[in-house]
Ligand binder design. Structure first.
Ligand code: ATP
Length: 320
C-alpha cells in the first residue's frame, strides 16, 4: 500500500473538505501518498487526478463545498465505465480508494470493490440517509443552517400572525426536518417516513389560534411534497394566513460545525487505518459514538438507514 486515492461524489456537503484533509494528512503521516481525484467518478474515468501535499490541506477544514469538486455521473453504473476507472487508478499507481459521498456514491465504491479494487465508502451527505452509520458528515451543519432559518421565520411569523410552511431537504429521509423541527419548536413536522393528516394539522393551527397562539410553523421534508403544494392543500381548510418557503441549496453550504469537522477527522483517520491493515471493501460509520466498519456490499444490499421517527412523537408531546 503506497497510494490512496480520494474523491467526493454526489451532492456536496459541509465537512467534505474536512474529510479530504483527514484522509490525506493521515495517509501522509503514515508514510503513504494521497491523490485527489476531481469531479467524482467523472474525473476518475477522465484521469483528472493529482497528488495532494499536506500543505494543500491547510485551512480547508473550515471551508464548505469540496476542493475536489463533485459531479453526478450516471454513466458510472455501466461496467465498462467502471473498468476504465480502474485502469486510471492503476495508471496513477493508486492502490486503494476512499469515496466520500451519499448512498449513490457508495454504489460506485461497491462496484469497484466487486471488480477487485479495494474501496472504502465514507459518509458525506447532508441527508443522513446512509445505512451503516448513525450520522453522516454534513448533516449537523445542514440542521444548524436550517435551524437558523427556522428561528428567523418564527420571528416574522410571530409579528404577522402567519403560518409558515418551510420545506427542508430530504428526499428519502426526514432527518433534517425532524432535528431542525424539534429544535425550532415546530407545530408540526411532516416527513416521508410517516403518513400525515393534513386535516389534523389544520385543526391544530385553528386550536392554537383559539388558545392565543396565532403564529405557526410547519416543517416539511421535500420527499413528502413541495411547500407550495402543501400550502395549497392546507388552504382548503380555511384562512390560515399561510406562507410557503423552500430553503433549498442554502442547507448545503457554509462552514462545517465543530461536530461535523470532528466526525470527518475521525472517519478519515479510521479509513486510512483500515487500509493500512489491508482491509477494504468497507463502509465506515459511527454507531453509539464508536467508529465501525461494515462490508460495503452487505451494507448496501441488506441494510437501510433508519430515521429516528420517535423525534416526531417527542415533538408532538412537547407541542401539545
Ligand atoms: P447525495 O445523496 O448527497 O446526493 P449520492 O452519493 O447519493 O449523494 P448520487 O447522485 O445518487 O448522489 O450518486 C453519485 C454518483 O455515484 C453518481 O453520479 C454516479 O457517478 C455514482 N453512482 C450512483 N449509483 C451508482 C451505481 N448503481 N453504480 C455505480 N455508480 C453509481
Amino acid at each position: 500500500m503506497k497510494r490512496i486515492g480520494i474523491l467526493t461524489s454526489g451532492g456536496d456537503a459541509a465537512g467534505m473538505n474536512a474529510s479530504v484533509r483527514a484522509i490525506a494528512r493521515s495517509a501522509i503521516s503514515a508514510g503513504l501518498e494521497a491523490y485527489g481525484i476531481n469531479y467524482g467518478f467523472a474525473g476518475l474515468v477522465a484521469g483528472d487526478i493529482h497528488k495532494l501535499e499536506s500543505i494543500d490541506m491547510d485551512g480547508i477544514i473550515s471551508r464548505g463545498g469540496t476542493i475536489l469538486y463533485s459531479a453526478r455521473f450516471p454513466e458510472f453504473a455501466e461496467e465498462k465505465t467502471q473498468l476504465k476507472g480502474i485502469e486510471q487508478l492503476k495508471k496513477f499507481g493508486i492502490d486503494a480508494l476512499v469515496v466520500i459521498g451519499g448512498d449513490g456514491s457508495y454504489h460506485g465504491a461497491e462496484r469497484l470493490t466487486q471488480h477487485g479494487f479495494n474501496s472504502i465508502g465514507m459518509p458525506g451527505t447532508i441527508d443522513n440517509d446512509i445505512p451503516g452509520t448513525d450520522f453522516t458528515v454534513g448533516f449537523d451543519t445542514a440542521v444548524s443552517v436550517a435551524l437558523d432559518a427556522l428561528d428567523r421565520v418564527n420571528d416574522t411569523a410571530t409579528s404577522h400572525q402567519r403560518t409558515f410552511i418551510v420545506e427542508l431537504m430530504g428526499r428519502g429521509a426526514g432527518d433534517i426536518a425532524l432535528w431542525a423541527g424539534v429544535a425550532a419548536d415546530a407545530d408540526a413536522i411532516v416527513i416521508p417516513e410517516r403518513e400525515y393528516d393534513i386535516e389534523a394539522i389544520a385543526e391544530k393551527i385553528k386550536q392554537n389560534r383559539k388558545n392565543g397562539k396565532d403564529h405557526n410553523l410547519i416543517v416539511l421534508a421535500e420527499g413528502v411534497m413541495s411547500a407550495a403544494e402543501f400550502k395549497e392543500k392546507l388552504d382548503k381548510f380555511g384562512t390560515l394566513h399561510t406562507r410557503a418557503i423552500t430553503l433549498g441549496h442554502i442547507q448545503r453550504g457554509g462552514s462545517p460545525t465543530a461536530r461535523d469537522r470532528v466526525l470527518a477527522s475521525r472517519f478519515g483517520d479510521f479509513a486510512v487505518k483500515l487500509l493500512l491493515e489491508g482491509k477494504g471493501g468497507l463502509a465506515i460509520g459511527i454507531r453509539d459514538n464508536k467508529l465501525v466498519a461494515s462490508d460495503i456490499i452487505d451494507t448496501l444490499e441488506n441494510h437501510k438507514h433508519i430515521t429516528d421517527v420517535s423525534l416526531q412523537d417527542l415533538n408532538d408531546r412537547l407541542r401539545f
